[in-house]
Design a protein around this ligand. Structure first.
Ligand code: IVH
Length: 675
């Protein structure tokens, strides 16, 4: 062996070692969500590998982590035949249909007792990936179930998909075909659409379309720039390995390095599946993935085989769908609403339609630019969408349904409430009523000021606020605190007791916190999160009101737009007057306690299970106030796990990392020691 060969041999070893390390960190980061090195350290490993591979191009292998965006664009996709067809699922939308399914299953099993695995049904697109000897070979879309498109190069760009499988914990089968759903996270989807909008590109109607559009790109470089994710939920052909249950398949996939949905559950009977459905339905908004229902699968593979399939769907599985969050309806009219900052928002008045289980008769059109871009007209049939607490919106026009009688909308030049001229500064998309005492603005400001997250005046609902403004009993926010019991007695529906309650509630709200007051003032762009950021940097309103734009901008998370908006708010005389009057009327707040340096500083906490004495948010705040940090997952750097009732899987991890576990009482003690 010549000298050069020795170095090459050594480099090869080094390259392999680096790849192994990077793969492990990819797995920690993308699959377990528990990175143990910083991004910078990771980048360093990657750069090192790239350097070595550049020096020795013949050592580059297709499964190297550097190869995630290597291939050239193609003219069209090749096709791939699935060795076992990719079936579809029969659907259910009602509970009775789920019981029917269970009955059919049990009948088919002649007394066999099925267990079920329930999984979120991800709204994306199905793919299959073939691994040989643990190395990714080919990846394809579902296509018609028999033949799909070859999307190997595109799928390789998804970082959470292993190019080479882990074999430490579980031996690898020679052939392994895995199946899963590619999707785009909701946060990533919003970001992508915002970017596209800025560039004047068309936006995607929903995360599913965005995922499909991104995966089916002929140029893998485009796919690489799109934030795609995947959950694996099953297998096709597998050589030299016999699984006994579906749960075992899922566990094995996880061990080989695949992302498996952590919300999957093994259920004892169909009732548990229904309970799971209801649970998922109520928390689905909190997940970053869009789910359109759950999938119920018979757990025992022997039973699956016995049940077989019917018309391209397995008899052993069922999709139990949530009510759809999108529906179509017609726009009867377009009206303009005035918000608390004076923003004029065009609102579509709809023929009432059920969306996601709720009747919707209004949907926002956002602004004139949006109306133009989507070309929305009165009379149009449109797709509307409603997700959780978010205001329903018009997603797009179904142009095929146009009759020709639809009317274009003209944005008013005067405020529909006070007739003041509408202003729209150059470059801004939002039109505004510039009259600060416009009754519509006042109503919104007061509703916001008394809302639960702000001053939280119990019982002072929207209707009462509107009456108070309409009757000119309240002409500004401070006027609220000038109301007397007699004033309420004059209003319809108020008696002695209810009037007194109202006054007491208003009085009670006078003692508040800086966060609530600041949020209640309704500074543009300053939502609950930024309020928190601001109160971490300013102990009171006075110091904030004196901060320069430059000073504000120095704070992490505060951009020029927000800094400008805050400055603008505090330079307006009318706002300063409101703050001054509130102070004179006796509104007080606790100054935020200065962080006690060094007490919990440098300590990291994880909470698990149900806490009884604190809400999660309170607990987090208490730790952060003392300079500590709260993370959602356990890692080597965790110092304490605070375990409440029914603490789950994190406890096992705690033992693995040897992290100290404490109860709530001990946690409280720790806080007291450190306050
Ligand atoms: S199992 C035979 N599990 O739903 C079983 N599918 O109509 C085949 N999907 O094409 C699929 N999440 O795209 C399964 N946890 C999950 C799923 C899931 C989403 C999609 C998949 C499939 C379609 C079935």
């Amino acid at each position: 062996m010549g000298k050069r060969d020795i170095t090459k041999e050594e480099t090869k070893k080094q390259i392999e070692k680096l790849r192994e390390e990077i793969r492990y960190h990819d797995y920690r980061y993308y699959v377990l969500n528990e990175p143990i090195i910083s991004d910078a350290e990771y980048d360093k490993l990657m750069r090192h590998l790239q350097d070595l591979e550049e020096k020795f191009p013949d050592l580059v292998t297709p499964d190297s982590p550097t190869q995630r965006v290597g291939a050239l664009p193609r003219e069209e996709f090749g096709t791939v035949r699935h060795s076992i067809p990719m079936l579809s699922l029969s659907n259910a939308s009602k509970e009775t249909e789920v019981y029917d399914f269970d009955r059919r299953v049990r009948k088919g099993l002649n007394g066999g007792k099925p267990r079920y695995v329930t999984e979120p049904k991800i709204d994306g697109l199905a793919v299959e990936i073939v691994y040989r000897g643990g190395i990714m070979q080919v990846a394809s879309t579902r296509g018609d179930g028999e033949v799909g498109e070859d999307v190997t190069d595109n799928l390789k760009t998804i970082k959470s998909i292993p190019l080479r499988l882990l074999k430490k914990e579980l031996p690898l089968p020679e052939l392994l075909e895995v199946r899963g759903e590619v999707y785009m996270g909701k946060g990533d989807f919003r970001k992508l659409n915002q970017e596209r909008e800025k560039k004047g590109e068309s936006i995607f109607a929903n995360p599913r379309n965005a995922a499909a559009g991104s995966l089916r790109q002929l140029d893998p470089k485009v796919t690489a720039e799109r934030p795609l994710s995947i959950f694996f939920y099953g297998v096709g052909s597998v050589e030299d390995r016999q699984f006994k249950s579906h749960w075992e398949i899922l566990q094995s996939l996880l061990k080989w390095g695949f992302t498996v949905n952590p919300h999957n559950k093994l259920c004892l009977n169909i009732e548990e599946c229904i309970e799971y459905f209801n649970q998922m339905k109520s928390v689905r908004e909190e997940f970053d993935f869009e789910m359109d229902g759950i999938v119920i699968k018979v757990h025992q593979l022997e039973f699956q085989e016995r049940l077989g399939e019917i018309s391209r769907s397995p008899r052993w599985a069922l999709a139990y769908k949530f009510p759809s969050i999108q529906s179509t309806t017609r726009i009867i009219d377009i009206k303009v609403q005035v918000g608390r900052t004076g923003a004029l928002t065009p609102v579509a008045i709809l023929e009432p339609v059920e969306v996601g289980g709720v009747t919707v008769s209004r949907a926002t059109l956002h602004n004139q630019d949006e109306i133009d871009r989507k070309d929305v007209r009165v009379g149009d049939t449109v797709l509307v969408q409603r997700a959780g607490d978010v205001i329903p919106e018009v997603v797009k026009v179904i142009k095929e349904k146009r009759s020709g009688k639809e009317k274009k909308f003209e944005f008013p030049s005067l405020c529909p409430i006070c007739q003041t001229k509408v202003s729209q500064p150059l470059g801004e998309v939002v039109a505004r009523c510039s009259n600060i005492s416009c009754p519509a603005r006042l109503k919104q400001s007061i509703k916001h000021f008394v809302s639960r997250q702000a001053l939280d005046v119990e019982g002072l609902g929207d209707k009462i606020v509107e009456t108070l403004v309409d009757k000119a009993m309240v002409k500004s926010i401070p006027d609220l605190y000038r109301l007397k019991k007699e004033d309420f007695l004059k209003l319809e529906g108020f008696a002695e007791k209810s009037s007194e309650n109202m006054i007491n509630a208003i009085e009670k709200s006078k003692k508040t916190t800086l966060e609530r007051l600041l949020y209640g003032l309704g500074i543009r762009h300053v939502g609950q999160h930024l309020v928190k950021v601001l109160t971490e940097n300013f102990p009171d309103i006075e110091s904030l009101s004196k901060a320069s734009e430059e000073e504000l901008w120095q704070i992490n998370e505060i951009g020029p737009e927000v800094a400008g908006s805050i400055r603008d708010f505090f330079t307006r005389k009318e706002n300063l007057k409101v703050i001054d009057e509130l102070r004179r009327l006796g509104i007080t707040y606790e100054r935020r306690k200065k962080i006690v340096e060094g007490k919990l500083k440098g300590l990291t906490f994880v909470f698990t299970g149900e806490l009884e004495r604190f809400t999660r948010e309170e607990a987090k705040r208490l730790v952060e106030d003392r300079g500590g940090r709260v993370t959602s997952s356990v890692s080597k750097t965790t110092d304490y796990i605070v375990a409440g009732k029914n603490a789950g899987s994190k406890m096992a991890q705690a033992q693995k990392y040897n992290v100290k576990i404490i109860g709530e009482q001990e946690f409280e003690h720790l806080l007291q020691l450190n306050s």
